[in-house]
Design a protein around this ligand. Structure first.
Ligand SMILES: Cc1ncc(COP(=O)(O)O)c(C=O)c1O
Length: 471
């Protein structure tokens, strides 16, 4: 075969690469928020470097997949060692790293929730969500589940069916059962128009009402059975805009679920591994889940390993036998080796204290920024190092998507001033109205670097909303 198909010497410049991308790459496997999309060449710590070598301070760390820093030396070494030792192995054979990683997560959850369980691996978050749907269906014999409005669980057919955006399903029809979507307690924009100080968790009461009589269609009082098998939750909504539920919400919701024998499935794909100040975000809210689904930062983004932990009675080999659902790459040795090293690292360092301390420092600065620019920032909040900045019109409430987009694009120009150094700023936009900067900074950032990040955000405000600087 001719080697001409890989001859790209003529494509040395970005323009030519963009032409190739336009012709040969599916645009369906990514998003094109920037026009044209940006190339990067190198990554280290919390900086991405473009083809000219300009550094971009990253405040989203690959949607929290690379929380421990790009090119983290310790985790890179774990990967390299495994490449030299046992790089490939069919999953039907065992290797120690898989077993030890599963045991570590099993022990951790036993200590946190006093529950025995097992770990099941796959690649990519959505695939692990699919596996959890099979476990739920297999254990309960039911296929209907609840999920939150504003939730995001991935893009496979099953995961799309429990993700609230119709936009993600519209062109693909239905395969899995569509979830019944329940409003998330997004108190800044309460779906019921209430105020948290006085609402007494009205939203949980509304959910509970679904089961009040058989005519509400969720419950058969004669058999004492719900039509729904599980409730899929992100304890802190991620793509939905890093929305943090109020105190007391999850215990009240769990009480309803327990009364109706409905499982709680906890999607920790984005918020797990200390992003929200605890190993699992759900630990902030005093409830024990029946299934936990995880991915992203398990390998610091070095390998697309994902997985789930399920209570023993849902996943024991008697009920979920060998071959129930698997993939060629499911517990691949490279991913499990890095995952094991990452969990060791998380055991050795007090990431709970670290993420809480740095998160509180960062949030205080964001609140100060909001105080100075109330005609731009409507809401700031945070838990651990998951922080949100909601960009609004002058009234501080109406979402301003246009300004959010302009600030995002301005950061990607790469010409901000970081105390004399020319840099860019990488942000992620989320939220129901696409007007929220969801900040997932690197855990290694120092307080000085947090100060610089806030200064860069301020530069974006001053450049993009010059007419809204007064209080
Ligand atoms: C909470 C949550 N669940 C599921 C997914 C899907 O994971 P993946 O993109 O690895 O399929 C994501 C991805 O952003 C997510 O944030």
């Amino acid at each position: 075969m001719s080697t001409a198909i890989t001859d790209f010497r003529s494509a040395a410049n970005e323009q030519e690469l963009l032409e190739l991308e336009k012709k040969y790459c599916s645009w369906g496997d990514t998003v094109h928020y920037l026009k044209p999309p940006k190339f990067f060449e190198r990554a280290e710590g919390h900086y991405l470097y473009d083809r000219e070598g300009t550094p971009y301070l990253d405040l989203q760390m690959w949607y929290s997949a690379a929380s421990f820093g790009y090119a983290n030396q310790r985790l890179n070494e774990a990967l390299k060692n495994q490449v030299d030792k046992l790089p490939q192995l069919a999953c039907q054979y065992l290797h120690s790293e898989k077993v030890e990683l599963a045991a570590a997560i099993g022990r951790l959850n036993a200590s946190k929730f006093s529950l025995d369980g097992r770990v099941h691996f796959n690649v990519g978050g959505a695939q692990a969500i699919e596996d959890s749907l099979k476990i739920v269906r297999n254990a309960t014999g039911k296929s209907l589940v609840f999920a939150f409005m504003g939730g995001y669980h991935g893009r496979t057919l099953g995961a799309s069916a429990i993700t609230s955006s119709y936009r993600y399903r519209r062109r693909f029809g239905h395969f899995s059962d569509r979830a019944h979507f329940v409003p998330f307690p997004y108190c800044f924009r309460c779906p019921y128009g209430k105020k948290r100080e006085t609402c007494e968790l009205y939203c949980v009461d509304q959910f509970a009402k679904n089961f009040e009589t058989e005519y509400n269609s969720f419950w058969d009082p004669k058999t004492g059975e719900s039509e729904f098998a599980a409730f899929y939750v992100e304890p802190v909504q991620a793509t939905g805009g890093y929305v943090i539920p109020p105190d007391g919400y999850f215990p009240a919701l769990k009480k309803v679920l327990d009364e109706r024998n409905i499982l709680l499935v906890d999607d920790e794909i984005q918020m797990g591994f200390y992003r929200a100040g605890k190993f699992w975000a759900i630990e902030n809210f005093d409830v024990a889940p029946d299934i936990i689904v995880f991915g992203k930062a398990l390998t610091n983004g070095l390998n697309p390993l994902s997985g789930l932990w399920a209570r023993e009675d849902l996943i024991s080999p008697e009920v979920f036998p060998p071959g129930s659902t698997h993939s060629t790459f499911s517990s691949n040795p490279l991913g499990t080796a890095v995952g094991l090293e990452a969990v060791r690292m998380m055991e050795e360092e007090d990431y709970e204290a670290l993420t809480r301390r740095k998160g509180a420092y960062f949030l205080a600065q964001l609140r100060e920024l909001q105080r100075r620019y109330p005609k731009v920032i409507g809401d700031t909040d945070g838990i651990g190092l998951a922080l949100r900045l909601e960009i609004c019109h002058e009234d501080g409430f109406e979402p301003d998507r246009d300004l959010t987009d302009r600030m995002f694009a301005e950061g990607m120009k790469g010409d901000l001033d970081a105390r004399g150094r020319k840099v860019g700023l990488v942000l992620d936009v989320g939220g129901y109205y696409k007007n929220v900067f969801t900040l997932a900074p690197c855990f290694d950032m120092t307080e000085e670097e947090i100060d610089i990040s806030v200064e860069l955000l301020e530069q974006l405000i001053r450049r993009c909303a010059p007419d809204r600087l007064s209080r």
